[in-house]
Each structure stands twice: as structure tokens, then as C-alpha cells.
Design a protein around this ligand. Structure first.
Ligand SMILES: N[C@@H](CCC(=O)N[C@@H](CS)C(=O)NCC(=O)O)C(=O)O
Length: 212
């Protein structure tokens, strides 16, 4: 049985969405962010030393990193769904998006969370931060163009992985100048599996990340 350690208002929503897209059975263990700090509760550290979500348990394995979890679930439980054929050029692009979302694109948004705590003291860094935010959003927007999905003509797990970046951008009111990204995010949000994942996982409001 797949067990997902889920933190409210967090990246683990991606994995719930993935499970729902694939119609998998899973056990959900939900943790609540501290109302004051926004941090995960210490119990998560007993599952994995980092104490971050998502964490997946499956067949005695403990796996972290949303990109790695998505890759694992799609390979081992996807039955060929939600990823291009492994020997195709599209698969290489798919893998790139899985890594890019957390390896590069989330950085300016996370810096924004931390710098936000500095108030006016962060002002000298804001132009650089904003330039990086739009560097990444411009890149994603250009790659998406007027396509429905990021890779090929069908929905893949790369769309799940990258959507979280766009949720973070939306929270920062940074999507306004990218109509194709706003429309894409809206399409993703209205997918039935996305909706089911929200029902199962509880309220999803990324402003909860800003408290820390
Ligand atoms: N790159 C990791 C990031 C994991 C991460 O930072 N998760 C956040 C939730 S979005 C977390 O657990 N924060 C709670 C804390 O830091 O205490 C991934 O994609 O899984």
C-alpha cells in the first residue's frame, strides 16, 4: 500500500493529485503546519530526517522529493500512463521538467518567502528576485506557448510538478503578464483528479508557507 505523508498547504498536494489521476489506492497521513511558524510538526522527522513533505512509503522504501516521488510512482505504479515512452525524446523533456521545477524554478519563490520576513530591509534584493521570477516564468510561458500541456499533446506528471510553481507565482501575483500560464493553471485546477485531491487533502492555501 502506498502511504503518503501529507502536510497541509504544501507540495504534497502534488502527490495526492498524481494518485487521483492514476486512480491508485493509498493511505494518507496528514500533518498540520504550526499555526504560528507555518513549519511542519516534529513528528515528520520520525518518518524522514528532513521533516519535510511530501514523504512516500512503499514496500519498505521511504522516498522524499516530489520530483523523485512522482518519477517513482509513475514508473512503478503508472502502467505506462502520465509519462511519454521512456525511449522517446519527449521523455527526456519530461524528466527535465520534473527536475527543473524544484531544482531551479522554486528558488526565487522560496527566497521571496524568506525575504518577506525582512520587510524594508529586503528592498535592495527585490529587483534581482523579481528578475529571476520573471526569468523563470518567461521561460515556462515560452515553452508552453499555445499548447495545452508542457510535454507533447497529453497531460503528463510534468504538468503536476510544474503547476505547483505556477501556484506559487499566482500567490505572488506574478502571472498577470503571462496569459497562457494563467489559463493553463486554471485548466489544471479544473481537472477532476485535482478537485478530488483537494477534497482528500483539505484546504490548499500556499500563503500558509509565508508565516515562517
Ligand atoms: N524540494 C522538496 C521540498 C520539500 C519541502 O520543503 N516541503 C515543505 C512543504 S511545501 C515542508 O515540508 N515545509 C515544512 C517545514 O519546512 O517545516 C520537494 O519538492 O519535495
Amino acid at each position: 500500500m502506498l502511504t503518503l505523508h501529507h502536510l497541509n498547504h504544501s507540495r504534497s498536494q502534488r502527490i495526492l493529485w498524481l494518485f487521483e489521476e492514476l486512480g491508485l489506492d493509498y493511505e494518507l497521513i496528514t500533518y498540520q503546519r504550526d499555526a504560528h511558524t507555518g513549519l511542519a510538526p516534529p513528528e515528520l522527522k520520525s518518518i524522514h530526517p528532513l521533516g519535510k513533505a511530501p514523504v512516500l512509503e512503499d514496500q519498505g522504501r521511504v522516498i522524499t522529493e516530489s520530483g523523485a516521488i512522482i518519477d517513482y510512482v509513475v514508473r512503478r505504479h503508472g502502467k505506462g500512463r502520465l509519462a511519454p515512452p521512456p525511449d522517446s525524446a519527449e521523455f527526456d523533456t519530461y524528466v527535465e521538467w520534473l527536475h527543473y521545477a524544484e531544482g531551479s524554478a522554486m528558488l526565487p519563490f522560496m527566497l521571496g518567502v524568506y525575504l518577506g520576513r525582512l520587510g524594508d530591509a529586503a528592498a535592495p534584493l527585490q529587483p534581482r528576485l523579481s528578475s529571476e521570477v520573471h526569468n523563470h516564468l518567461g521561460y515556462i510561458s515560452g515553452a508552453l506557448g499555445d499548447h495545452e500541456y508542457l510535454v507533447g499533446d497529453t497531460f503528463t506528471a510534468a504538468d503536476i510538478q510544474v503547476s505547483f510553481v505556477l501556484e506559487s507565482a499566482q500567490l505572488n501575483h506574478a502571472l498577470a503578464r503571462y496569459p497562457n500560464l494563467g489559463a493553463y493553471l486554471q485548466r489544471m485546477r479544473t481537472r477532476p483528479a485535482h478537485q478530488r485531491a483537494l477534497v482528500r487533502g483539505g484546504p490548499f492555501d500556499l500563503s500558509a508557507m509565508r508565516k515562517r
